[in-house]
Design a protein. Structure first.
Length: 1017
């Protein structure tokens, strides 16, 4: 086909051809090159243009109804006013195409590339845009009714006011798309990607299919969510710009990456909500609860609200809130204690239930603020701005009024001002009878001539306050700090001033008759002319106070310290207190104070260095901080006294009674405390370095943190004493303490030096003390059953009544030990040395005493039945009728102790007997059993051993001259250095016997079997 000079064929080249208005209906020119062609108003309905290159083609007004334009290159083409109904544009490249006034109803645009195309106002009704790329396209006001946009890329596309009625947008990519004002009735957006899509003013109906999350987002930006409960909802990546969310509950909701710019969120509850990377620029967060909301560096939040969030979430610590704008901030229930809100704008802020204890609210603006149920104890309310709309408890409103405007001569009887901050408040001549001012801050306040009878001022901080001429009868000042306050001429009759601090205060002329002043501190105070008649000043401090002309008649002055106080002739004391007070006020001087009666005396910080105080009575006296360095305090009674922080360095306290005494932090280095009684004493933190504590009683004493390095603790009783990790003590004494506390099982006790220690009545069952030194230790009544004591040194140890059943004492040295009535049943004592030991009444039932030394041991009344006494030395041991001993061993004892010279012992069983150095001169021992017996250095001249069993016997160094051994069994016997001169050994068996250095002059060996097995002729 030809039109003019142009040949119209498939694949032809018609680039820049001018075919304006040409009749080309149903023509086939597929794959033709038509760049820049002019087809304005051409009739191309039904034409086949598939695959044609129509770059920059001019197709305005062309009729392309039903044309096949699949795969066409239409970039920058001009299709203004073109008719494209039913056209097939599948896969067409249409970037930069101009489609103004074009009609695309029912067109097929599957997979078409319409990137940033301008389709505003076009009719695309019923078009198929499946999988098309329309990113950034302008579809404003377009008719998209019934279109198929399944999987279509509409990222950033502008669909404002578009009609999407019945459209299919399933799986479509709509991120950042603008659907504001769009009609989405009956449209399906199932599984569509809608992050940051703008849905403001869009129209949806019941037939619209939309994921729940995005339907909610649409609802929020269209209708708002005033007062709704949206706890835990997912609204991440949502565009909620300008949404109306005031008073909504959004606790734990996820708004991460969402846009909430300019949103109205007044009064909204954001607690626990995730606001990571959320844009809240310009959002109205007045009275919104931001506590606990999750915010990160990417969260865009106006500075004021970020501060509110930080305070409500992390607390006020480290945040400077002075003078800043916190109006309408929600700080409900927040800990704002000690906050600096001076001159801060807190108008209409929600501070209800918050902790404002000690907060500085001076000059802050609290107009309309809500402080209902807020804790305002100690809060500084001076000159803050409150109005009638400020919600605050009447008590604190009154505190504010008094702090800001004063209350001179006001009637405030029975008022509750507890814990109020009334610094420098003017309450002069105020009527405050029975008022509750406990815990209040009255520093510098003027209460002169005020009436405070029966008022409660317990714990008040009133330093430098003025109470001159005030009426304070029966008032309660217990625990109050009134240092440097003025109470001159005040009436304080029967007032409670216990433990109050009046240091440096002026109480001149004050009347404190019958007042309770227990533990009160008047150090350095002016008490001149004050009346203390009948007052209780127990433990009170009047050190360096001026008590000139003061009256203390009938007062209780137990431990009342007046060290270095200023007195006068007019000062009146009862006789019973005069000696102690005279010492405290005037010091010891050169006086000899031995035997002084100073019980209950108050002597705090007194200087008694080097004083001679032997045998004085200081029971329950207070010597805290006293200097007693080098003092002679031996034999004194100081039970239950107070010596906290006292200096007792090198003091002599030998034999002193200090039971229950408080020596916390005292310096006792180098002190002589030998024999001192310190049970239940408090020595925590005390310095006891190099102190002599021999034989001292420290039972249940508190030694936590004490320094005992170099201290001599021999014979010291430390049972039940308290030590801590901070206690410095040598390893030996630490180990002993561990044993006494029942912790020996976890302590290495082997080879330790426990000599001269006291371990009486302790439970040491089963502990391993191998090689430990217990010489001279006191171990009376202790339980050592099953303990391992092999090789221990127990010389002179006191073990009377001790339980040593089944213990291992093999090789132990018990010389001179006291074991009266001790239990030693089944005990292993092989080779142990019990010489000179006291064993009367002790039980050795089935004990193994093989080779033990019992020389001169007292065994009267002892039980040794079934005991193994092989080669045990019983020479000189003391036995009586009550000693229970097998007959064999009693005979051995008799022979070892008294000898057996000329006795007839023929046939006796003396096997394993310990008979060293025994005298058997002329004894008849024929056929006796002496197998493995110890006869070393025995005297057996002319003794008859004929036929005796001496197999393995020890005869080393024995005198056996002229003894008879005919036919005796001497196999393996030790005859080294023995004197066998003239002995008869005919027929004796000496096989294996040791005869080194034996004297055998004229010894008859005929027929004897010699050590080498040979037989003598």
């Amino acid at each position: 086909m030809r039109i003019g000079r142009y040949r119209i064929v498939p694949g032809g080249d018609l680039s820049r051809a001018n075919l304006e208005g040409a009749e080309l209906r149903s023509v086939d020119i597929r794959r033709a090159q038509m760049r820049g062609i002019n087809l304005r108003a051409a009739k191309l309905s039904g034409a086949n243009l598939a695959g044609c290159n129509l770059l920059s083609a001019k197709l305005s007004g062309a009729d392309l109804t039903g044309a096949d334009m699949s795969g066409c290159q239409l970039m920058d083409a001009d299709l203004r006013g073109a008719r494209l109904e039913w056209a097939d544009l599948t896969g067409a490249k249409m970037r930069g195409v101009t489609l103004t006034m074009a009609t695309l109803a029912i067109a097929t645009l599957r997979d078409a590339d319409l990137f940033e195309a301008d389709l505003s106002g076009l009719n695309l009704h019923g078009a198929d845009l499946t999988n098309a790329n329309m990113e950034g396209a302008n579809l404003t006001g377009a008719d998209l009714g019934g279109v198929n946009m399944t999987r279509t890329n509409l990222r950033g596309a502008n669909l404002q006011d578009a009609d999407l009625t019945g459209a299919k947008l399933n799986l479509a990519m709509l991120q950042h798309a603008n659907l504001s004002g769009a009609i989405i009735n009956g449209a399906s957006l199932r599984l569509a990607e809608m992050d940051f899509v703008r849905l403001h003013g869009a129209q949806l109906n019941a037939d619209s299919v939309l994921d729940t999350k995005w339907k909610l987002a649409w609802r929020l930006v269209t209708d708002g969510a005033e007062g709704l409960n949206l706890t835990g909802v997912d609204l991440s990546n949502a565009d909620l710009t300008g949404a109306m969310l005031h008073d909504a509950t959004l606790r734990d909701a996820d708004f991460s990456n969402s846009m909430l710019c300019d949103a109205d969120m007044r009064g909204t509850d954001f607690r626990g909500a995730c606001l990571f990377d959320t844009d809240l620029t310009g959002a109205r967060l007045n009275l919104s609860a931001l506590a606990g909301a999750r915010i990160n560096a990417g969260t865009k939040l106006d500075g004021k609200w970020r501060t509110v969030w930080k305070i409500s979430t992390e607390g006020i610590g480290g945040i400077s809130a002075r003078g800043i704008d916190l109006s309408q901030a929600s700080l409900r229930g927040v800990d704002l204690s000690a906050a600096d809100f001076i001159a801060t704008d807190l108008r209409e802020a929600d501070l209800s239930e918050s902790n404002l204890r000690g907060a500085a609210l001076m000059k802050s603006n609290l107009e309309g603020a809500d402080l209902a149920d807020a804790e305002l104890e100690g809060a500084l309310l001076h000159w803050a701005k409150l109005d009638k709309f400020t919600r605050i408890h009447p008590k604190w409103r009154k505190v504010w009024q008094l702090a800001s405007f004063g209350g001179s001569e006001a009637d405030l009887r029975d008022i509750d001002l507890s814990n109020a901050y009334l610094f420098v408040c003017n309450l002069r001549k105020a009527q405050l009878q029975r008022a509750n001012l406990s815990g209040a801050n009255l520093k510098g306040a003027d209460l002169s001539r005020a009436m405070l009878d029966e008022a409660n001022l317990a714990g008040v901080f009133g330093a430098n306050a003025n109470f001159s001429h005030a009426g304070l009868g029966f008032a309660n000042f217990s625990g109050a700090d009134l240092s440097a306050a003025n109470f001159s001429n005040a009436s304080m009759v029967m007032a409670n001033l216990s433990n109050a601090n009046f240091s440096g205060a002026n109480l001149s002329g004050a009347n404190l008759s019958q007042a309770n002043l227990v533990g009160a501190d008047f150090s350095g105070a002016n008490l001149s002319g004050a009346v203390f008649s009948g007052a209780n000043l127990t433990d009170a401090s009047l050190m360096q106070a001026n008590v000139s002309d003061a009256v203390f008649g009938g007062a209780n002055l137990i431990r009342c310290s007046m060290t270095e106080a200023i007195s006068s002739k007019g000062t009146q004391f009862d006789r019973r207190w005069r000696s102690g007070l005279d010492l405290a006020i005037h010091g010891p001087g050169p006086r000899d104070l031995r035997g002084s009666k100073l019980l209950l005396a108050g002597l705090r910080n007194i200087n008694l260095a080097g004083a001679r105080l032997s045998k004085s009575d200081f029971h329950e006296a207070d010597l805290s901080g006293a200097n007693l360095e080098d003092a002679q305090v031996d034999g004194c009674g100081i039970n239950k006294a107070r010596l906290r922080g006292a200096n007792l360095r090198n003091a002599n306290l030998e034999g002193t009674l200090l039971k229950g005494t408080d020596l916390t932090g005292a310096n006792l280095s180098g002190a002589n405390l030998a024999g001192a009684f310190l049970s239940d004493a408090n020595l925590s933190g005390a310095d006891l370095r190099n102190a002599d504590l021999r034989r001292a009683n420290l039972r249940r004493a508190n030694l936590t943190g004490a320094n005992l390095l170099g201290a001599n603790l021999h014979g010291t009783e430390v049972f039940g004493a308290q030590l801590s990790a901070a206690t410095q003590i040598e390893t030996k004494w630490a180990a002993i303490w561990s044993v006494q506390q029942g912790r020996g099982a976890t302590t290495d006790l082997q080879g330790k030096d426990f000599s001269d220690t006291t371990l009486s009545r302790l439970d040491m069952q089963g502990l391993n003390f191998s090689g430990t030194n217990f010489a001279n230790a006191k171990m009376t009544g202790c339980n050592l059953s099953h303990a391992v004591l092999a090789g221990t040194q127990l010389q002179a140890a006191q073990l009377a009544g001790a339980d040593l059943r089944d213990a291992d004492l093999s090789g132990a040295d018990l010389m001179g030990a006291q074991l009266t009535k001790a239990q030693l049943d089944r005990c292993r004592l092989e080779g142990a040395d019990l010489s000179d030991a006291m064993l009367s009444g002790a039980s050795f039932l089935k004990a193994d005493l093989s080779g033990a030394q019992l020389l001169r041991a007292d065994l009267s009344g002892a039980i040794l039945l079934q005991a193994q006494l092989a080669r045990a030395s019983l020479q000189g041991a003391i036995l009586d009728a009550n000693t229970q001993l097998d007959p064999k061993w009693r005979l051995v004892w008799e022979l070892a102790t008294n000898g057996g010279a000329w006795r007839n012992l023929a046939g006796k069983d003396l096997s394993l007997a310990g008979l060293r150095r025994a005298n058997f001169t002329g004894a008849k021992l024929a056929q006796a059993n002496l197998k493995q017996a110890d006869l070393s250095e025995a005297q057996a001249m002319k003794a008859d051993f004929s036929g005796a069993n001496l197999n393995g016997a020890n005869l080393q160094g024995a005198t056996l001259t002229a003894a008879k051994f005919s036919s005796a069994d001497l196999q393996g016997a030790n005859l080294e250095n023995a004197d066998l001169s003239g002995a008869d050994l005919r027929g004796a068996n000496l096989f294996g016997a040791r005869l080194e250095n034996a004297v055998m002059l004229e010894t008859n060996l005929s027929g004897a079997i010699m050590p080498d097995g040979s037989r003598e002729d």
